[in-house]
Design a binder for this molecule. Structure first.
Ligand SMILES: Nc1ncnc2c1ncn2[C@@H]1O[C@H](COP(=O)(O)OP(=O)(O)OP(=O)(O)O)[C@@H](O)[C@H]1O
Length: 252
């Protein structure tokens, strides 16, 4: 199957000289659910953000569905961002507006900017946004303000907003880091099930190895800006985990 995402020799050095990514190469096939694990500072967030150009890579290329992100013009970056949904640890909702409006923000990339700024969403978009909220078990919360919701409910709104973009790829940057274990399971169950049902490829940064092992179809392990593991969950041995988190060499 043709890759939906092809990352080649990607490196990122921040302005202060921090080398966050070094020579990262991998590809993602449609429908894969990939967990990215690694210690704090390994470069997981930088990697995700280089994919949708929230961070400019220093070297290397990102090819997403025929768009060379590194060479893309403004129109192509906009096209890329429409097709790549993003879920954040802190949910990134507009707190004082309704849950429905937050979800509709996922349509802004498809709209005339003036209609978008005025909040003139079509009835079709509103129906789709409501259907997504029902799918995420939030039918009672549709007209509430976002800041009236619990953390787990807010993250479900974040997922609905990303789905409203009709993405081909979902990037989730530590989506459960601020949630308790029970709520984390609910969020991971929704994210996994919906991505699998809708054929959306997903890359999710996680701190919890056990969570990565129970959901991912593939795991990428990072250490100091490099990929040091790329394999199936059953290949992630204790030794491989020690290598990712401690940098010890993997025996051949
Ligand atoms: N804007 C920035 N400017 C300078 N250095 C940065 C910036 N953002 C991240 N870094 C550095 O780049 C490295 C990788 O950071 P990144 O946030 O990508 O790692 P991470 O694996 O996602 O970490 P965590 O799990 O703690 O979120 C770290 O050394 C970090 O301090």
């Amino acid at each position: 199957m043709a890759a939906i995402l092809q990352i080649d020799k990607l490196s990122k050095q921040y302005a202060d000289g921090t080398a966050a990514l070094h020579d990262v190469t991998f590809s993602l096939e449609p429908g894969e659910f990939v967990a990215v694990i690694g210690p704090s500072g390994a470069g997981k967030s930088t990697l995700l953000r280089c994919i949708n150009r929230l961070v400019e890579p220093t070297e290397g290329s990102v090819l997403f569905d025929d768009i060379h992100s590194d060479k893309a013009n403004r129109r192509q970056v906009q096209q890329l961002r429409r097709q790549v949904g993003m879920i954040f640890q802190g949910y990134n909702l507009v707190e004082r507006v309704s849950v429905l409006h937050n979800v509709l923000h996922g349509r802004l990339g498809y709209m005339d900017p003036i209609r978008g700024a005025l909040g003139l969403f079509s009835n079709h978009d509103k129906q789709e946004a409501k259907a997504l909220l029902v799918r995420l078990g939030l039918e009672q919360q549709i007209y509430k303000r976002a800041d009236e919701l619990s953390g787990g409910q807010q993250q479900r709104v974040g997922i609905a907003r990303a789905l409203c973009q009709k993405p081909k790829l979902m990037l989730a940057d530590e989506p459960i880091a601020s949630l308790d274990p029970l709520t984390s399971k609910v969020i991971m169950d929704y994210l996994y099930r919906i991505c699998r049902e809708d054929g959306i490829a997903c890359m999710v940064n996680l701190h919890q190895v056990d969570v990565a092992k129970s959901y991912a179809t593939r795991i990428i392990g990072m250490h100091k800006g490099k990929i040091v593991f790329n394999g199936r969950p059953d290949e992630l041995t204790d030794e491989a985990i020690a290598h990712i988190y401690g940098g010890s060499p993997v025996k051949e």
